[in-house]
Design a binder for this molecule. Structure first.
Ligand code: BTN
Length: 260
């Protein structure tokens, strides 16, 4: 399918290639998407729920999921190994960033926090949970879960959180945001298939939170590294300068604060 055939319809409805499944309440859209993917669901099967009773975040955290926010999970079937497939988490972040800017205006202060968070004016507005199944050589399916704080943000979080409404974009609705996200994800996915990670890496770096600054990265509950965030590597790893060479390349973890 060509990039143009994946444009979002002007009225904000989902593109025709997408196969949405709407649920009122589910434990986790990722769990539902994983189940359908394992049963052979085709690419662009999309699970959307009004609320989740057991929404999951990265690193075993829960994702509080009241009505009014966006919870969805997309099934993709990239022909790649799990490492490159994980780069599609960046595609999802870019697609959401584009969608928020498209609805809120070009100067809306969207930034990307490694690996896949989306920030609005410095606070987390969305999280992404990519999950794969397959062998070490080849992915069978990839589910990309997306949670966006549209109407409300959780109160007690380790990293400051905001919502699209709190930030002042009161007119942005879940449906329009979802349609723009799906269209954008399809375009970034196609670009990744045709050109590799390069264009995604460049776009992500142009709005990267903390790039060229001192940061702290949490590898696990009790392992935190400090250094300067010098680059996003060619494969999506965070490159950290700790004053000794070679620079450290981090594949799993999260930035939790700026400053050393
Ligand atoms: C993070 O920790 O930042 C990732 C959060 C991902 C939350 C979304 S909500 C829709 C999908 N279903 C889940 O259970 N999790 C993801």
């Amino acid at each position: 399918m060509s990039a143009t055939s994946k444009q979002v319809a002007a009225n904000g409805s989902l593109p025709a290639f997408c196969r949405p499944v709407y649920l009122d309440r589910v434990s986790s859209t990722n769990d539902e998407a994983r189940r359908l993917a394992a049963d052979g669901a085709p690419e662009y099967t999309l699970i959307v729920a009004r609320e989740q009773s057991a929404g999951r975040g990265r690193r075993g955290r829960s994702w509080i999921s009241p009505p009014g926010n966006l919870y969805c999970s997309m099934v993709l079937r990239p022909t790649s190994a799990p490492g490159p497939a994980a780069q599609l988490g960046f595609a999802a972040a870019l697609a959401l960033g584009d969608a928020i800017r498209g609805l809120g205006g070009r100067n809306t202060p969207v930034a990307y926090k490694w690996p896949n968070d989306v920030l609005l004016d410095g606070a987390k507005v969305a999280g992404i949970l990519p999950e794969t199944s397959g062998s070490s050589e080849s992915v069978d399916w990839l589910v990309i879960g997306l949670g966006v704080n549209v109407l409300s943000a959780p109160g007690e979080t380790s990293y400051a959180a905001t919502s699209i409404k709190d930030w002042g974009l009161t007119q942005v609705g879940v449906e329009a945001l979802l349609a723009a996200f799906v269209g954008g994800l399809a375009e970034w996915y196609e670009r990744w298939q045709d050109e590799g990670f390069g264009p995604l890496r460049a776009a992500w770096k142009s709005h990267a939170h903390g790039l060229n600054s001192p940061i702290q990265v949490k590898l696990s509950e009790n392992q935190v590294l400090s250094g300067r965030f010098v680059d996003l590597d060619l494969d999506g790893a965070l490159v950290l300068d700790q004053g000794i060479e070679p620079y450290r390349r981090i594949h799993a973890g999260e930035i939790f604060s700026l400053g050393s």
